[in-house]
Design a protein around this ligand. Structure first.
Ligand code: HSE
Length: 308
């Protein structure tokens, strides 16, 4: 009986101006999924570690089994597979926790089944799992978790995913305050319609960010890290948002935004020299409002998910 194990990294979705269409992957942090064949057909989630008992074991609810089932349905097969999930990411954090589980499960399942799919072709199955987890089939976490680097989702129908360049020396800081914010709650505060002038501002910034990545122009990237569509509505769910932004920009960050649907905040930095000042400045603000925070820093992960 064969067994496979895969790792998928944490991600920062949206990257300020790219609501549901941009994301990048983080080094080191992520989820690990081990799959083992068994005689009895069907999927079974056998163990989940590191979730504090919060994630579902039922196959139709767990993001790992939902993702794998979507893949098996496409292949028209029904093998017996046992699933073991090790969470390396906090739940409801905005660091792509459900995406990392689904992507690690798919990469392990593809290997177990003899690689019937190319890596890119796994994305629709991961999107199905995101839909089950939070009600919205967005790809800006699963895309970069699977493929690594910066990823643009140009279109969803049909899916058109583009990998973007990662300039040398681009670093990221993540600030994770100790509370959970569900993506579905964080999406429920958004508006269905946006004013034309906001669409114009947002398009300019998305284009500017992408041009900045291609040209390795850190000033242009910095100017483009602005979101007028989601952030103004979500910031009220995130205590200290504006104070942290002010403090870490003064400490040398290129810009800051909400990581995915929050409450984690991300900052981009040129090089890693100012990272400890940026983290200290943020921690001061969080201390002043009585919130505990974990701070991480990382280069941009260009590898994505892989077999262990
Ligand atoms: N683009 C999604 C959102 C990411 O902002 O709701 C969720 O992590």
């Amino acid at each position: 009986m064969k067994s496979t194990k895969a790792f998928a990294p944490a991600t920062v979705a949206n990257v300020s101006c790219g609501f549901d269409i941009l994301g990048f992957a983080i080094d080191q942090m992520g989820d690990t999924v081990t799959l083992s064949e068994r005689e009895k057909p069907g999927l079974e989630v056998l163990s989940i570690k590191g979730d504090g008992g919060k994630l579902p074991y039922e196959s139709h609810k767990n993001t790992c089994s939902v993702a794998i089932q979507a893949m098996l349905d496409e292949l028209g097969v029904n093998p017996g597979i046992e699933i073991r999930l090790e969470k390396g990411l906090p739940l409801g954090s905005g660091m792509g926790s459900s995406a990392a589980s689904a992507v690690a499960a798919l990469v392990a399942a593809n290997e177990l089944l003899g690689n019937p799919f190319q890596k890119n072709d796994l994305l629709p199955f991961a999107i199905a799992a995101e839909k089950a987890a939070c009600g919205a089939g967005h790809a800006d976490n699963v895309g970069p978790s699977l493929l690594g680097g910066f990823v643009l989702i140009r279109d969803y129908h049909p899916l058109d995913i583009i990998k973007l360049p990662v300039p040398d020396g681009l670093h990221c800081v993540l600030l994770h305050p100790h509370y959970e914010l569900n993506t579905s709650d964080s999406r429920s505060v958004l508006r269905d319609q946006i004013p034309l002038k906001h669409a114009t501002i947002q398009s300019g910034n998305v284009a500017g960010l992408i041009a900045g990545l291609f040209q390795a122009d850190f000033q242009l990237i910095s100017r483009s890290l602005r979101d007028v569509i989601a952030e103004p509505y979500r910031a009220v769910l995130i205590p200290g948002f504006y104070e942290v932004r002010e403090a870490i920009k003064s400490a040398g960050a290129m810009g800051m935004g909400i990581s995915g649907s929050g409450p984690t905040l991300f900052a981009l930095c040129e090089g890693n020299e100012k990272i400890s000042d940026i983290i200290e400045a943020a921690q001061q603000v969080y201390r002043s409002i009585g919130l505990e925070v974990d701070a991480y820093h990382s280069a941009i992960n260009t590898r994505g998910a892989y077999i262990l």
